[in-house]
Design a protein around this ligand. Sequence first.
Ligand SMILES: *Cc1c(COP(=O)(O)O)cnc(C)c1O
Length: 418
Amino acid sequence: MGQVGDYDSWLPRLDEAARAVAQVPDEELWDHRAAARQTLVQYVRRRYEANVRGRNAPEEAIRRARHALDPNRLTLGFARRFTDYKRPGLLLQDEDRLVRILRHPDRPVQRVAAGKAHPRDDVGKAMIQRMVRFSWREDVRDRVVFLEDYDMTLAQHLAAGVDVWINNPRRPMEACGTSGMKMLVNGGLQCSTLDGWWDEAFSPEVGWAIGDRREHDGRGDAEDGLALYGLIEREIAPEFYARDRDGVPRAWIQRVRASMMRLTPQFSADRMVKDYVERAYLPAARAYRRRSGEGAPVALDLEAWLARLDDAFSTIRFGSVSVSASDGHWEFVVQAYLGEVSPDTVAVQLYADEIDGEGFTRLDMTRESPIHGSVNGHIYRARVPSTRPAVHFTPRIVPRHPEAFVPAEAAHILWWRA
Ligand SMILES: *Cc1c(COP(=O)(O)O)cnc(C)c1O
C-alpha cells in the first residue's frame, strides 16, 4: 500500500480556479455563455434533424428541425429518466401558460428536453409521448425540441450550453440529481425543487428554488408547477433579458459568477472523490493497518467482540424509560438490562430523525449506576434541548468498539418500544 496522506493536492486547484472567475470581466463571461449556447443549438439541430429523418417525416419537418431554436434565446434544459418522481410533466401542466412563456414578445424562451423511459414503464412512455406531441404544436415548434435517447454526449452538450437547468423531483425522492451539478462549471444556472444536492447548495444569489422544503402529497405537484411558471415569468426571463447598453445582463452574470465561484468547488466529482478518500478509503486503510499489525491482536479482539454480540445481543432488553422537563431540556432516564453482554461493548443512545429543519440526534447516554437487585442492569441518562417534542427521541442499543465500523461491521440494534 502506498503512502497514506499525500492525496489532498487536487482540491485547492479547483478552489483557485473558482476564485479566478472573480477576475473575468462580465463581457467575457457573457460572450462565453453565448458561444456555448450557440454550440448547443447547432448540436441540437443536427441531432433533431437526424431524429426527424429517422421517423420518415416529410421534407418540411426536416427543414424545420434544421432551423429549430435561436442561439440568442433564453434556453432551458430538461433531461432525465422519465420516472414518476422526477415529474417530467410538471412544466406541461398548463400548456397555454407555457406557450405564453415561450412566445413572450420581449422575453422569448426555448426549451430543450431529452429523456428515455424504461421499456416497461408505461407511465414514463406516456409522458414522453405527451412531451413529443407538445413539441409538434405549430405555435411552439421553433422553440421546443424533444430529443430521443438521453445519452452522455447529449448530456455533455446540454451541460455546456443551457442557461437554466430545470429539475423538479418530488421531495424527498431525489438522492442527488447529478445533472444539475454538471451545469456549474459551464456557467449554467439551476432552478429546482429543494431536493437532492440543490437542498444543500441553494441560496438566492446562485439560482432558483421551486417551492419550499416541505414534503407534499400529490396536491403539491400543482403548486410546484405554478411556482415554476411564476419563477420563469417573474424572475428568470426578466433577469436574463435585462440588458444594459453594452448588451450585458449584469444581474444574470453576477448570478453566474456567484454560482461558479461558490458551488463549483463544493459540488464536483473532485469533492466527491475527496470525501470518499477521506471518509471511507483512508479510514479503511488505516484500520486495516492497525488490525493486521504484528500478531493481529486488534483483529482477534474484534472477532471475539463480534462473536460475543452475535451470541448474546438478543439477551438485552429495556426496562422503564422516563423523561422529565428541566430548564429548557428533556432529561431521559433509561433502564437497560444487558443480559450476557458487557456494558463496555454496547452503547445506549438517544436517537431522533432529522425533521422540519431540526437536525438529527445520535447521543451516547451516560451509564450512571447499576439497578439495585438486578444482574447487569444499568441506569443511563442524557439531556437534550427541548426544542422539539420528547416523543421524537427514541432510546436504542447498538454495538460499541473503538476499532469497529458500526453499523457496517456490526448491525445489531435494539430499539425501545413504548
Ligand atoms: C447525469 C446523467 C444522468 C443522471 O442525472 P440525474 O440528474 O442524477 O438523475 C442520467 N443520464 C445521463 C446521460 C447523464 O449524463
